[in-house]
Design a protein around this ligand. Structure first.
Ligand code: C2E
Ligand code: MG
Ligand code: MG
Ligand code: MG
Length: 283
C-alpha cells in the first residue's frame, strides 16, 4: 500500500510540477508582451516627514494589469523579469514614467518632495544605467534633485567593487540614493561610509513588531543612531500602526512610510487623496 501511495504521490507531484512549469511559461510569455501592450502601471505611496507629517516623497511601485489575472503585484513578476532580462526595458519605462509623472505633478503645483524609483540589481549593474537616468531626466524635465533611486542593500553588497563608482556617477547626475530593505543584506553599518548615499530605508521586517519585540527595537535604534552619525536620512517602511509610528518618531526616524498613512495608489487617487483642494499638504 505504501508503494501505491508513493506512486500516486509521485504522479501528483509530477502533475503539479508540470502545471507550475506551464503556468510559468504562460506568465513569461505574457510578460514579454506586457510592455508593448502597455499593461504596466505605476502606483505611488507617500512618505511622510516625521517632524511635520508632510509628504516628502512618493515611492513609485509597479503594477501589472494582466488581461486575465487582473492587477498583479511585483512579487509575482519582478524576479521573472530579472531572470529573463526583461527588467532592463521594463525598468527603463518605469524610470521614464515616474519622471514624467513627477514633472506633471510639479507643473500642477503639487508638492511631494521627491519621486523614489526602485532599481533592480540587474539594472544597477547595467552599463547603460547612468545614460538611462540622464535620458529620463532630460526627457521629462524633472529636476535631478527630485529623483531618488532605491537600491537594495544586497545589490550593493554583491557588487562592492563596482558599486562605489556606479553610485558616484549617479550622484554626479544630481539624483539622491537610498538603500532599500536595509538590515537584510549582511553589510556592516560601518561599511556604509564608503558609499555616497543619502537615505537608509529600514526593512519592514524590523518595523513589524516594534515596539514589542525588544531585538527589533534595539536594531532599529542602532540603525537610526549610526545612520545619523553618517549623516544619512532614515526612512521606516511598512509602518502600519500608531504604536510603531510613535516609537519611530521618538527614536528620531526622519520619514515614515506605510499603510498607516497611505497605501500605494494610482496617480488619480493619489491626487484626490493627497493633493486635493483642501491641500492637506499645503503650508
Ligand atoms: P520595496 O521597494 O521594499 O517596497 C515596499 C513594499 O511594501 C511595497 O510592496 C509596498 O506596497 C509594501 N508596503 C508599503 N507599506 C506597507 C505596510 O505598511 N505594510 C505592508 N505589509 N506592506 C507595505 P509592492 O508594491 O508589492 O512591492 C514589493 C517589492 O517589489 C518592492 O519592495 C520592490 O523590491 C519591488 N518593486 C516594486 N516596484 C518596483 C519597480 O518599479 N522596480 C523594481 N525593480 N522593483 C520594484
Ligand atoms: Mg523600495
Ligand atoms: Mg523597501
Ligand atoms: Mg522591502
Amino acid at each position: 500500500r505504501a508503494k501505491e501511495r508513493g506512486k500516486n504521490a509521485f504522479q501528483l507531484f509530477n502533475k503539479e510540477m508540470s502545471v507550475r512549469a506551464l503556468e510559468q511559461m504562460l506568465l513569461e510569455n505574457s510578460l514579454r508582451h506586457a510592455l508593448e501592450r502597455q499593461e504596466f502601471e505605476l502606483f505611488y505611496q507617500p512618505q511622510l516627514s516625521a517632524a511635520d507629517n508632510r509628504i516628502c516623497g512618493m515611492e513609485a511601485l509597479v503594477r501589472w494589469r494582466h488581461p486575465t489575472r487582473g492587477l498583479t503585484a511585483p512579487g509575482l513578476f519582478i524576479s521573472l523579469a530579472e531572470q529573463t532580462g526583461l527588467i532592463v526595458p521594463m525598468g527603463d519605462w518605469i524610470l521614464r514614467e515616474a519622471c514624467r509623472q513627477g514633472k506633471a505633478w510639479l507643473d500642477r503645483g503639487y508638492r511631494f518632495g521627491r519621486i523614489a524609483v526602485n532599481l533592480s540589481p540587474c539594472q544597477f549593474l547595467s552599463d547603460d544605467l547612468p545614460a538611462a537616468i540622464d535620458a529620463a531626466l532630460a526627457q521629462s524635465g524633472l529636476p535631478p534633485s527630485m529623483l531618488e533611486l532605491e537600491i537594495t542593500e544586497s545589490a550593493i553588497m554583491q557588487n562592492q567593487q563596482a558599486a562605489t563608482a556606479l553610485l558616484k556617477r549617479m550622484r554626479e547626475l544630481g539624483v539622491t540614493i537610498s538603500v532599500d530593505d536595509f538590515g537584510t543584506g549582511y553589510s556592516s553599518l560601518a561599511s556604509l561610509k564608503q558609499y555616497p548615499l543619502d537615505t537608509l530605508k529600514i526593512d519592514r521586517s524590523f518595523v513589524k513588531d516594534i515596539p514589542y519585540d525588544a531585538d527589533n527595537v534595539a536594531i532599529t535604534e542602532a540603525i537610526i543612531a549610526i545612520a545619523h552619525k553618517l549623516r544619512l536620512r532614515v526612512v521606516a517602511e511598512g509602518v502600519e500602526s500608531e504604536e510603531q509610528n510613535a516609537f519611530l518618531r521618538s527614536a528620531g526616524c526622519d520619514v515614515i512610510q506605510g499603510y498607516l498613512h497611505g497605501r500605494p495608489l494610482p496617480p488619480a487617487e493619489i491626487e484626490s487623496r493627497w493633493f486635493a483642494e483642501g491641500e492637506k499638504n499645503a503650508g
